[in-house]
Design a protein around this ligand. Structure first.
Ligand SMILES: C[S@@+](CC[C@H](N)C(=O)[O-])C[C@H]1O[C@@H](n2cnc3c(N)ncnc32)[C@H](O)[C@@H]1O
Length: 281
């Protein structure tokens, strides 16, 4: 494919254009959120990408920035506490998080993406010291675990932003179980940050104004974050964050109705799970 074109992106990788559009439109559409990302602007210009394709979807444009700011905050807090950590970002798309958060020099950062996306990242985003890309299925932990410097007891942060809803449910569950198992046997204090869709959102993914412009659709939903802990009992829920509630009037209204009807379940949220680094019991 043309190294600097999005034309060959299809299916799930194409969805990286949605948060990229949100980042490019953030200062104009959602200035109150205070999101600043000059590196994203450079990516957009080099790609000659017109965010107008997704601009009408105000909920996703705002929600993507609300979500990005929450992930940035998780990363900053974790790296401040663990300046020698390993950070693995699964499904980074064309995100420029390392430019926003500037990891300390002791941090090793790995972006794991499908091969076409890695090629685009390498062509578009200037290299930074200690920031690497791996072309792999990030949900298949065995595909990357021995490529990253995950040493016994080294604190680790795993990010998956805008990714889990595209995984098959069995792949999502296997991913959680593998991280749980490996954190236990490697005695790793591990924090996992991800966003998750409700089953309602999954059922209605073709109605999402941005997702339906791609060939992708959602597959995996969680009724509540505790369901992830049931799958991988070595984790504990450390933080919950309701994205839909903060993503504009329509999202907030649907989110409130969803909570009322389901007895308090989030429509769309983020969470951090922590693993103490020993087997549950
Ligand atoms: C909605 S985009 C989010 C991109 C980025 N995290 C952001 O917020 O800008 C979803 C991304 O996840 C990637 N992805 C989905 N499943 C993946 C997997 N199993 N392994 C690696 N990347 C994956 C896709 O290629 C796509 O770039």
């Amino acid at each position: 494919m043309d190294r600097l074109s999005t034309a060959a992106l299809s299916g799930v990788p194409e969805t990286l254009l949605i948060p990229l559009a949100a980042r490019l439109l953030a200062s104009e559409r959602n200035p109150d959120l205070g999101f600043i990302d000059p590196a994203a602007r450079v990516v957009g210009e080099r790609l000659a990408f017109d965010p107008a394709r997704f601009a009408d979807d105000r909920g996703s444009m705002r929600g993507s920035i609300v979500r990005a700011l929450w992930f940035d905050s998780v990363v900053r807090r974790f790296l401040a506490a663990h300046p020698d950590a390993l950070c693995v970002s699964i499904g980074s798309g064309l995100d420029t998080r390392t430019d926003r958060v500037t990891p300390p020099p002791g941090v090793d950062w790995y972006d794991i993406e499908f091969p076409d996306v890695v090629a685009l990242r390498q062509a578009l985003i200037p290299a930074r010291p200690n920031v690497h890309a791996i072309a792999a299925d990030g949900a298949n932990v065995l595909a990357w675990v021995d490529v990253v410097p995950w040493h016994r007891e080294r604190p680790m942060l795993v990010l998956a932003e805008g990714v889990c809803m595209y995984l098959k449910p069995e792949a999502g569950a296997a991913w959680l179980r593998a991280l749980d198992y490996l954190a236990g046997v490697r005695a790793t204090p591990l924090t996992l940050a991800f966003d998750f869709a409700s089953p309602f959102m999954v059922r209605n993914s073709r109605r999402n104004p941005s997702v339906r412009k791609t060939q992708a659709q959602f597959s995996w939903g969680l009724r509540r974050i505790d369901d992830a802990v049931r799958i991988a009992p070595g984790f504990r829920v450390a933080e919950r964050y309701d994205v839909a509630r903060r993503s504009g009037v329509l999202s907030r209204t649907v989110s409130m109705a969803h909570r009322l009807i389901t007895g308090g379940r989030p429509l769309y949220g983020c969470a951090t799970l922590t693993h103490a680094g020993h087997a549950a019991g």
